[in-house]
Design a protein around this ligand. Structure first.
Ligand SMILES: [Zn+2]
Length: 285
């Protein structure tokens, strides 16, 4: 185990928010950042991101749900293109098996990735991408290398998120774009579900953000934030839309003519799409 201070303001003044998997999740009194302390040491963390992390044995099934990932990534890239306008060099940090890079390449951008999992990095390399296996700091790209950098559900896994954002700032070109998607611990869902909230995984999710705290951290790294939004669960990267999908509702309607149950399911479906579980942020260097 390893003790840390607040990543943003270096203070050690915290209150206990809750305990999960025997790990303490604390909130900084000074800046509001929520983090795991003490946390699993780096030497023991490496073993988390092996093959079973990506094939569904443990969580999101990257390999079976490729179509869903590509569709969601296409939407994200469209937003990036709307901001950046020109095609250039994009770096996906925490690129996993490289699905976002596929979408980026298809649009005519130059796509590179950084990934700490050697299993996932190898998979992405086999698709012909330039992948660095390790952390963004270890990659040590020259300054002003990229037009855009993306962190899709990566920042919450990082051991020094502010330091990593500063590194991204260094390697981006002037006016370069950073796009970040993370779980939102300021969400109604977290307040309701607490320990049972899907994104509360203190072994691997070391940091938890609200839109305000994320914005503060990104600004501290030197960026100008241009857009922060929250999204419902089910529209984030890798989220399954199918679980309570309309197709199933229709089938049920035809099958049973049980309208009351159909209405109940419809309300559940609408709830799923009206949450604010996810934060999506865009900023410029
Ligand atoms: Zn703090």
């Amino acid at each position: 185990m390893e003790d840390v201070v607040c990543n943003v303001c270096k203070s050690d003044d915290t209150s206990l928010l809750l305990i999960k998997d025997s790990l303490r999740i604390v909130k900084c009194f000074r800046c509001g950042l929520i983090y795991v302390n003490p946390r699993v040491a780096k030497e023991d963390l490496g073993k988390i991101y092996n093959r079973d992390y990506f094939d569904g044995s443990r969580q999101a099934d990257f390999l079976a749900e490729k179509k869903l990932y590509l569709q969601r990534f296409q939407e994200r890239l469209r937003e990036i293109i709307a901001i950046k306008r020109v095609k250039g060099k994009l770096l996906d940090i925490g690129c996993a098996v490289g699905y976002f890079l596929e979408v980026v390449r298809r649009e005519g951008w130059q796509a590179s990735g950084v990934e700490i999992s050697s299993f996932a990095a190898k998979y992405a390399k086999e698709s012909g991408f330039d992948i660095f296996t390790g952390t963004i700091e270890e990659a040590n790209y020259p300054a002003y290398s990229f037009d855009a950098a993306t962190l899709w559900h990566t920042l919450e896994h990082m051991r020094d998120p502010l330091g990593s954002l500063e590194e991204v700032h260094r390697i981006l070109k002037k006016n370069g774009l950073i796009a970040i998607e993370v779980p939102n611990i300021g969400s109604r869902e977290f307040r309701k579900q607490r320990e049972n909230w899907d994104y509360l995984k203190p072994k691997e999710h070391l940091y938890y953000f609200t839109p305000e705290v994320l914005k503060k951290m990104v600004e501290k790294a030197g960026f100008k934030v241009i857009k922060v939004t929250t999204l419902p669960k089910g529209t984030g990267i890798g989220e399954k839309l199918g679980n309570l999908g309309l197709g199933r509702l229709k089938k049920q309607l035809v099958k049973s003519f049980n309208y009351l149950s159909w209405i109940k399911k419809s309300i559940l479906y609408l709830k799923k799409f009206s949450g604010d579980d996810i934060i999506l942020l865009y900023a410029l260097k």
